[in-house]
Design a protein around this ligand. Structure first.
Ligand code: ADP
Ligand code: MG
Length: 328
């Protein structure tokens, strides 16, 4: 059983940044408005995530750490319409299988909080404690019980860099949530959670980029597109600045990248890639996010229409056409 859990864990948890990603997604799903991430040694020795979300009732804590246990979907049919970031119920069990985990949590309506600890999938204790509303996860010594896997991790500075990149993407994907990242005691990122994507772009990418963006805002029956795209003058040699989020989820998709790059073609030199921060809102029925455990890839139904709608939205913005809301 331990081995099975450790193998399953490997699909979800590859490195410290995966731990941070899963815990941040859970914090956001819990309705948090502020989340603090603290790491030591690039997350290898410690990842701490504190949120002010709904908390976990003491009686449900052990259940939350069981494999395939999720409070977010109830049936296979729900899978087709998931709007939460998590739904596979694999993160906590995977993290607990390969780390030493301590959880302190308290729902607002509970009188006291609970402190739970679990290491390598073995429950250690569950105690009543005083705690603020919300949830804190302390995750220590990633892969302490699977040394072979620990060897594949990079130096703390590199792993810490992956965490910083991830925190930026999560901040861009949820401008309404205040995100703070502290690495080895120093502040690396703080977002206000004021909801302004433009403020976030300024803060993360700086003035030169922020001042050279165009706003995109377009509605089609299948999809809503909003965000900012770079003028062709700030094109880059790679796709690192091509950000897009679908229903609040940071993903990679050939279809979406192609629609973006095709729209830029008339304005751009060969082998250059645009800066984009785009939020796409698509009916969950048209998506299949259950393709891969890390939920980074997804499939679309009606690919053609999604491609066309995005292509059109960007072409219009790039050619200076005003967005005129349809009168219905
Ligand atoms: P999933 O997110 O796919 O449901 P997880 O293993 O990530 O699965 O989490 C299991 C369950 O634990 C969640 O469904 C949720 O009920 C609970 N949970 C995890 N993290 C938090 C949190 N920060 N706040 C409140 N509940 C949480
Ligand atoms: Mg989750």
């Amino acid at each position: 059983q331990d081995t099975i859990n450790q193998i399953a864990a490997g699909e979800v948890i590859e490195r410290p940044a995966s731990v941070v990603k899963e815990l941040l997604e859970n914090a956001i799903d819990a309705g948090s408005t502020a989340v603090t991430i603290e790491t030591k040694e690039g997350g290898l020795s410690l990842v701490r995530v504190t949120d002010n979300g709904c908390g976990i009732p003491a009686g449900e804590i052990p259940l939350a750490f069981l494999r395939h246990s999720t409070s977010k979907i109830r049936s296979a049919a729900d899978l087709m319409t998931v709007s939460s970031l998590g739904f596979r119920g694999e993160a906590l069990s995977s993290i607990a299988a390969v780390c030493q985990v301590e959880l302190i949590t308290k729902p607002q309506e509970a009188l006291t909080g609970a402190c739970y600890s679990i290491e390598g999938g073995q429950e250690k204790s569950l105690k009543e404690v005083g705690a603020p509303d919300g949830t804190t996860f302390l995750v220590r010594n990633l892969f302490y019980n699977t040394p072979a896997r620990r060897k594949f991790l990079k130096a703390p500075a590199t792993e810490g860099g992956y965490i910083a990149d991830l925190a930026e993407k999560m901040a861009l994907s949820h401008p309404e949530v205040s995100i703070r990242l502290i690495q080895n005691g120093s502040n690396k990122l703080f977002t206000t959670g004021n909801g302004s994507l433009k403020d976030l772009i300024y803060m993360i990418y700086g003035r030169d980029i922020s001042a050279n963006t165009l706003e995109v805002q377009a509605d089609s029956p299948l999809m809503q597109v909003s965000g900012y795209i770079g003028k062709p003058v700030i094109a880059r040699g790679n796709r690192a600045y091509e950000n897009y989020f679908i229903n609040g989820r940071y993903i990679r998709s050939r279809l979406i990248s192609k629609a973006i790059e095709d729209a830029y073609k008339p304005f751009m030199m060969l082998h250059k890639y645009p800066f984009t921060v785009l939020h796409l809102t698509i009916e969950p029925e048209l998506l299949d996010v259950n393709v891969h455990p890390t939920k980074m890839e997804l499939r679309f139904k009606q690919e053609d229409q999604i491609y066309k709608a995005l292509y059109q939205a960007l072409s219009d913005a790039l050619s200076g056409k005003e967005f005129i809301p349809e009168v219905s």
